[in-house]
Design a protein around this ligand. Structure first.
Ligand code: FAD
Ligand code: NAD
Length: 466
């Protein structure tokens, strides 16, 4: 039987990053993945393929709607070749997952393909083409998550689908009904809207992207309505029925009335649930919470002291970069170091266009915490850069402590905000004040100037260009 310092179950961004860091720190490391490709949800059916389709559909929309404004004329009809678009997405995925194989080899990490199940706290059985057992001093559970389903909606993977199927459809839906106005619903909804589908979003809460700052929800809602999305908030879906190719979704509105929506596809995107099936966690003394997550303490240690858990399978935001941070954290903890993660500074991004990005506290959270704060906001449309590219929607909002001026939250919506948010993370990591940001030179013309202007607005209400 092979023996390891660390065995990692699951090869998503949590697992494979933990494996690399363990190997860097000199530990003999194994990683176990039940699928034939490494990379987990993120690389195979999550972050990477969804961004590939967002990019392709964005190009198409630009060609159809915006090239003309730029003086670019394309003779003849511009058409979508969906098969080719999905094929390009798959090529990007294959290249990216292949990159993880390379990294495992480079770092001398042993890769096992098969379902990993604990026999006890130091032994794992791997069931793949054959069954083998390994011994590990420490283990890291990084088994991720799977789409949450609704008891009354049978996902048939043909017309009633999850994000996994939405990334490989064979035709463009005529009318896509999306249950859940969260990140997946809006990103994939925008892909198909751009490609020509009618898109109806049904959201239970009173706003889309309900966990982000309210100002962002409002602005994104405005832009999506301009893009002719049919958005229905405060609607609780109660039934999903399929009859042939027709899907009927029934939802209860605020007044308690039942409203019917009819379409040819229905995407169920109501969140994701931790995945521990087949892990046999209890044999190792690993406890689960009543929400099905692996229970961990502040060191990400489970109820079995030599077993850790990270990523989507534990509490916290279900984000690839959060899983990665936790992977590094656990590897360094096992090596005897004292790492730290500031969960308040894990940014959240929605890759629609305009992009939406956030870090730190929202206005709603600050109010609930009773923190006295001031707010500075700057509209994207006031930037020269925005006018040059005709990306006028959105704003940057900076929330700073009323007394100390320390930045407490940054919320932005607009072109390239997914990348711009990194400046806010750096600033907050170094506990910058709004004035600190306002006194730093930002290249002109850039979208980043909106951050400086919002900081000026927060400091003394003295933005320069409004
Ligand atoms: P996962 O990536 O889920 O990996 C877990 C792995 O463990 C899987 O490969 C699974 O097969 C394997 N596994 C499970 N059980 C076993 C077992 N018993 N034995 C062996 N292997 C096992 N996040 C972002 O930050 N940015 C984005 O843009 C983004 N876009 C997304 C788009 C979509 C459509 C979806 C669905 C998700 C997206 N996410 C995004 C979320 C992101 O994918 C997850 O937060 C991230 O993948 C979690 O990483 P993880 O390592 O915890 O688990
Ligand atoms: P989500 O939690 O973002 O959104 C789900 C939405 O569905 C919520 O707004 C919820 O109120 C709504 N909902 C739940 N039950 C409902 C019902 N019966 N009727 C109507 N609405 C209902 O979840 P998601 O969009 O499925 O994404 C899952 C996870 O994947 C998220 O945690 C997210 O962090 C991650 N993800 C991240 C990215 C990114 O970082 N860009 C992209 C995709 C997914």
């Amino acid at each position: 039987m092979k023996s390891y310092d660390v065995a990692i179950i699951g090869s998503g961004p949590g697992g494979y990053v933990a494996a690399i860091r363990c190997a860097q720190l000199g530990m003999k490391t194994a990683i176990i993945e039940k699928y034939s490709t490494l990379g987990g949800t993120c690389l195979n059916v999550g972050c990477i393929p969804s961004k590939a389709l967002l990019d392709s559909s964005h190009h198409y929309e630009d060609a159809v709607k915006h090239f003309e404004d730029h003086g670019i004329e394309i003779p003849g009809e511009i058409k979508v070749n969906l098969e080719k678009m999905i094929g390009r997405k798959q090529a990007v995925v294959d290249q990216t997952t292949g990159g993880i194989d390379f990294l495992m080899t480079k770092n001398k990490i042993d890769v096992y393909h098969g379902v990993g199940a604990f026999k006890d706290a130091t032994h794992i059985t791997i069931s793949g083409d054959s069954t083998e057992e390994i011994e590990a001093k420490y283990s890291i559970i990084a088994t991720g998550s799977k789409p949450t389903t609704l008891p009354f909606a049978t996902v048939d993977k043909e017309r009633i689908i999850t994000s996994t199927e939405a990334l490989k459809l064979k035709e463009i839906p005529k009318h896509l009904i999306i249950i859940g106005g969260g990140v997946i619903g809006l990103e994939l909804g925008q892909v198909y809207k751009r490609l020509g589908s009618d898109v109806t979003v049904i959201e239970y809460m009173d706003r889309i992207i309900p966990t982000m700052d309210g100002g962002l929800s409002k602005e994104l809602n405005k832009v999506f309505r301009k893009q002719k999305f049919n958005i229905n908030v405060s609607h609780k879906v109660t039934s999903v029925q399929r009859s042939g190719d027709e899907i009927t979704v029934t939802a209860e509105n605020k007044k308690g009335e039942l409203v019917e929506f009819k379409g040819d596809y229905c995407l169920v995107s109501v969140g994701r649930s931790p995945y521990t099936a087949g892990l046999n966690a209890e044999s190792a003394g690993v406890k689960l919470t009543d929400r099905g997550q692996v229970e961990v303490n502040g060191h990400l240690q489970t109820s079995a002291s030599n077993i850790y858990a990270i990523g989507d399978v534990v509490k916290g935001a279900m984000l690839a970069h959060k899983a990665e941070e936790e992977g590094v954290f656990v590897a360094e903890s096992i090596a005897g170091q004292k790492p730290h993660i500031d969960y308040n500074l894990i940014p959240g991004v929605v890759y629609t266009w305009p992009e939406v990005a956030s870090v730190g506290k929202t206005e709603e959270q600050l109010k609930e915490l009773g923190v006295a704060y001031k707010s500075g906001q700057f509209p994207m449309r006031a930037l020269g850069r925005s006018r040059a590219s005709m990306d006028l929607d959105g704003f940057v909002k900076i929330l700073a402590d009323e007394t100390t001026d320390e930045v407490l939250g940054v919320h932005m919506i607009g072109a390239r905000c997914a990348d711009l948010i990194a400046e806010a993370v750096v600033a907050m990591e170094f506990r910058a004040s709004a004035e600190d940001i306002s006194r730093m030179s930002h290249a002109h013309p850039t979208f980043a100037e909106a951050i400086k202007e919002a900081a000026l607005a927060a400091t003394e209400n003295r933005a320069l260009h409004v």
